[in-house]
Design a protein around this ligand. Structure first.
Ligand code: FAD
Ligand code: SIN
Length: 535
């Protein structure tokens, strides 16, 4: 059956923000002081990674700590690939970001009147502010409350952005480049809406769901990165996929994170049969608090070397009250699965956790494309380098959300009015009668990415993945060109595009640095260099 999907042109707002997580809502709130902002989100407004964050937000707040310490820790974790100017820019703005969150009502934990600071891997000092072990939920709630209260912000959930509107979508084509908003699927009506504006902020999160095991939510399919790439923006360091060392190993609950703060508060990693504290064999100085790439590789090695399903994370030597007080959410979840973390070890495995690479942005959060700014996990700002330091990512969302807003407002008068845009054309597509193709391809991508492009890589495995991607690409593009768009199809296309960028970047790096570890190039190059892909 041929179907003409309804299309609507909408341009009631000055600025469009794609994503309602920490980055998107921070930008929206700052812009809404003077402009009308439309926030679009796929699924629910709380569907991004922000709501799932556990550990907290890194900020220098203790008298014994310094910005220099935080900068050094960030660059050590990032294996020298970080951009120092960016690192300083973000870290120096951390205390004011925390102040703003407190003003918005985030109830950070306190200790004798001061903010309680916990510790995580790679940090030389206690500097993580948090709300128990569910910091992200408190932050998401406070930002949403503030956005709801703003008369200048409209939030539309259930809108899956499909593609950025660029000059090629003008009624009369006049060269490529400028972004004028986004085509988005209304998930309820099936209508494709064209949301048009002078400025667009991309804050669509990471691409973690490219991997079979990931701590990230279902919607982390790299949509923002793929859309920006298709529109012509450069993408960088996509090979730097972060694996969190401690995801719960449970056959029913597949992606529950056990926060790094459990190790920060004294948790030990143990061989499940011998009880050996194995980090001593990999990083005797930093032990469980070595940076994530080191700990994740050590666990991966133990699992492969001894044929294990998991290793143990044990904090049962700490007083039960201390454990319950610090980790109430994890304690409740584990209790529901029959594990008492105050007296038993927790079975854990590494899982994909964070996308360090993404759309290239400057300190002003501007992308290569006029009219398009980007912030948060979908970007590569230079902060994380080859490996993100724990709890630096929410911080990046706040600093870059603000940076995007202030650059847009500063340039507002010089931003051109949008041209006339074509409606979405769905005259040549029909309803799919083979949804199984989407499910099959989605599973296949996640499985070969896990097996071939995981914690330890080889050129042969990467080439295998590249071959699989080429085959799937034809199938998915044919499918996309023939059938009516659905959120599942849009996500599959973006997942495949993200996988392609990850594999291409990994093949281009001929060294082992940070999160990119390959048996074919185990050494570190003398000069750190970003992997920059140009569309
Ligand atoms: P997200 O919060 O992921 O939001 C993305 C938004 O974009 C969502 O609203 C989503 O619906 C929307 N979106 C995506 N695609 C589309 C589309 N096609 N159309 C429309 N909308 C779309 N970091 C820390 O600093 N500290 C922590 O303690 C911490 N803990 C974590 C724990 C877990 C389990 C996970 C998964 C991550 C954790 N992180 C932590 C990382 C951090 O949570 C994320 O990097 C950060 O929240 C990303 O925010 P964001 O605004 O960029 O994207
Ligand atoms: C955690 O709580 O371990 C996650 C922190 C982070 O990803 O920054």
């Amino acid at each position: 059956m041929k179907l003409r999907m309804k299309s609507a042109l909408q341009s009631d707002h000055d600025i469009i923000v794609i994503g309602s997580g920490a980055a998107g809502l921070t930008a929206a709130l700052a812009l809404a002081e003077t402009r009308r902002v439309l926030v679009l989100a796929k699924g629910s407004l709380t569907g991004g990674s922000t709501a799932w964050a556990q550990g907290g937000i890194a900020a220098v707040l203790d008298a014994g700590d310094t910005f220099d310490n935080h900068v050094r820790d960030t660059m050590v974790a990032g294996a020298g690939l970080n951009d120092r100017e960016t690192v300083e820019f973000v870290i120096e703005r951390a205390p004011e970001s925390i102040d703003r969150l407190i003003e918005l009502g985030v109830p950070f934990n306190k200790d004798s009147g001061d903010l309680h600071l916990t510790r995580e891997g790679g940090h030389s000092h206690r500097r993580i502010v948090h709300v128990d072990d569910a910091t992200g939920w408190a932050v998401q709630e406070a930002l949403l409350n503030a956005a709801n209260a703003s008369p200048n912000i409209t939030m539309l959930a259930g809108r899956t952005a499909i593609d950025l509107i660029t000059d090629r979508h003008r009624k009369t084509y006049s060269g490529a480049g400028h972004v004028w908003g986004v085509y988005a699927l209304n998930e309820e009506t099936g209508e494709v809406e064209a949301h048009i504006a002078r400025a667009t902020v991309l804050a669509a999160g990471g691409a973690g769901r490219c991997y079979l095991f990931s701590t990230a939510p279902r919607g982390a399919t790299g949509d923002g990165i793929a859309m920006a790439w298709r529109a012509g923006a450069r993408v960088s360091n996509m090979e730097m996929m972060q694996f969190h060392p401690t995801c719960l190993y449970n056959l029913e609950v597949k992606n529950f994170l056990i926060t790094e703060a459990v190790r920060g508060e004294g948790g030990h990693l143990l061989h499940p049969e011998t009880g050996h504290r194995f980090m001593a064999d990999y990083d005797a100085e930093r032990m469980e608090l070595a940076p994530r790439d080191v700990v994740a590789r050590a666990i991966d090695d133990q699992i492969k070397r001894y044929g294990l399903d998991y290793v143990h994370l044990d904090i049962s030597h700490q007083p039960a009250e201390f454990v319950r007080e610090h980790f109430p959410t994890i304690d409740e979840k584990l209790s529901s699965l029959g594990i008492d973390m105050t007296s038993q070890p927790i079975p854990v495995v590494p899982a994909q956790h964070y996308t360090c690479g993404g759309v290239v942005v400057g300190l002003d959060a501007a992308t290569d494309l006029p009219g398009l700014w980007a912030a948060g996990e979908c970007t590569e700002s230079g902060l994380h380098g080859a490996n993100r330091l724990a709890s630096n990512s929410l911080l990046e969302c706040f600093v870059y959300g603000e940076a995007a807003a202030s650059d847009i407002l500063a340039k507002w008068d010089s931003l051109p009015e949008p041209p006339t845009i074509r409606e979405w054309d769905a005259t040549r597509v029909s309803d799919s009668d083979e949804q199984v193709v989407i499910k099959q391809n989605w599973t296949e991508i996640r499985r070969f990415m896990w097996n071939y492009v995981g914690i330890v890589r080889t050129t042969k495995r990467l080439e295998r993945a590249a071959n699989r991607i080429d085959l799937l690409n034809k199938e998915v593009e044919d499918y996309y060109g023939s059938f009516v768009v659905t959120t599942d199809l849009i996500e599959l296309r973006n997942l495949l595009q993200s996988a392609k960028l990850i594999v291409r970047s990994a093949l281009a790096r001929h060294e082992s640095r940070g999160l990119h570890y390959t048996l074919d190039y185990p050494e570190l190059d003398e000069t750190p260099q970003d992997t920059v892909l140009i569309p």
